[in-house]
Each structure stands twice: as C-alpha cells, then as structure tokens.
Design a protein around this ligand. Sequence first.
Ligand SMILES: Nc1ncnc2c1ncn2[C@@H]1O[C@H](COP(=O)(O)OP(=O)(O)O)[C@@H](O)[C@H]1O
Ligand SMILES: [Mg+2]
Length: 275
Amino acid sequence: MTSRTARFYDHLDADIKAILLTQIRNLWTHHSTSLEGNSLTLGETDFILQEGLTIQGKPLKDHNEVYGHAKAIERIYGLLNTAKTIDKKDLFQLHETALTERIMDIDQPVGPWKVQSNYTTYVDENNKQVWREYPAPRHIDALMTQWLERLNGYFTPTLDRQAAAEAYADLHLSFVTIHPFFDGNGRLARLLANLPVLDAGLPPIVVPQEDRYRYKRCLSDYQNTVDDLSDLSDLSQLPDNQQKQQFVNLCQSYWAQTIELLDQANAMQQKRHPS
Ligand SMILES: Nc1ncnc2c1ncn2[C@@H]1O[C@H](COP(=O)(O)OP(=O)(O)O)[C@@H](O)[C@H]1O
Ligand SMILES: [Mg+2]
C-alpha cells in the first residue's frame, strides 16, 4: 500500500536516528495521552519508556496508557513497512494495543466498533449547552469502510507537504467525527492520520496538549456544520468547508514540534559529516 518514498529519518546515522525516533515517540505519546486526561509529564513519559520504572504516586492506568501508545506507534511504523492495504483488522489491532484498560464489558468492546451510541456536548452561539450524538453504531461499518478507502488512497508518491497536511486533517477530522469506537477515538485518529504523512517522508504531526481548547473547538465548530451527525451514513455527506480549512491550517501549525526535533538531528548529522 505504501509508496516507498524515503522516510524522514532514512538519511541519518543509526545512533542519531534512534535518538530522534525516541524523542518523537515520547512527544507523540505524551501529547496524545495528555489530551485525553493522562497526568504524566513529557519528562515522566520519557523516564517510564526509557527506564521501565514507575513514577511514585501516579496512576497505574496512566503508565499503561503510555506503554500502549508507544506500542501503537511501533505498529504504525510496522504498517508502513507492509505492502498490503490497511484494513479493518489493522484498526482493531491498533485499538487493542492503544487501549490498555481492558474492562470486560460487552457494551465497551476493545477491538471492534462501538455497539452503543456515544455523545458529546458543546456550548452553542447562545451560550446554551447542547447534546451532540456521533454517528449511530449501525452506520459505522459502512462509514469506516469508506474511511479506509480514503486512507489507502492517500498513499501516493506525489503527496507533497501541503497535500500531506490536507490528508492528515481530512483523515483526522472524519475519523473523530465518525467516532467509531467507544473510547480511544482521539488517540487512534492522531496515530492513523499520520500514516500518509510518514509515507510521504515527513515527520508526524503532533497536536500539542497545550492547544487542546483550540483543537477541540475547531472539531466542534466543524461538526456544527453537519445537521444531524447521528444519521451520517456516507462520508460524502461530510462537507469541505471553511471550518475544515481552519482545521487544515491548525494541523499545519502542529508540525512545528517534530520539525524542530528533525532539525536538531540534522544538525548533529551535519556536525559529524561536514560537507
Ligand atoms: N466535538 C468534539 N469536541 C471535543 N473532542 C472531539 C469532538 N469531536 C471529536 N473529538 C475527539 O474525541 C476525542 C476524545 O474521544 P475519545 O474516544 O475519548 O478518545 P481518547 O480516549 O483517545 O481521548 C478528542 O481527543 C477529540 O479528538
Ligand atoms: Mg477517552
């Protein structure tokens, strides 16, 4: 499925590459788990993953989440190295890897799609709190089949930086708007939407946890432009509009953190091999 373009780290010496990939794993894991309530800092996340030790007084759940996310990143790189089309089974496996809290509850499946409706709430323009229901469970399989087709369609050798940001934003926005799982939708969207980005030879886009208000507001503003999300049964019903463009712009700005890490690694490489 992948286009076999060089990866963003391919030109680096093995030791420099290893450090860069560790830094990116820490950053991606910290920000994505923090966005959904994990209390561990970037430093603690790095310590846990590097040393295999725990942080006194911090929840076991938070430690497990960090491990789950780091393993899920390895799966993402692994998917890039397979020649096959990404399918439903890959998504279920990724969900099982990232969601380390196994509750034996048939209404909250880890692996398969959600079986119960899920909701969120937002404050509208009249300062009123309103319910929003995500697409109904009966529509999920068809919607995600279309979403996977879209994902696989983005693996082309011609994806430049602008097109990669657009692909990331499109996949991320549609995934979290479908909300196919009972939990873990944000983390999985932030992992999976990076597949075409990495395949295009670019470092991943990482949503900074400090920007959570703007990030979530942007998702909500976009979803406000769809009449009844619970009834969504076809991806083509999701509009390409100004709100979506705003999300594209936001995602582009979120590249700064990993680009900075890549620049630092390039500087180390340059110092070792002055040309
Ligand atoms: N309107 C919205 N407001 C806030 N977050 C939203 C909205 N729509 C989708 N999301 C996404 O839902 C995620 C939270 O869903 P959840 O299934 O709990 O995922 P996770 O457990 O990975 O955080 C957020 O991180 C965000 O990506
Ligand atoms: Mg959650």
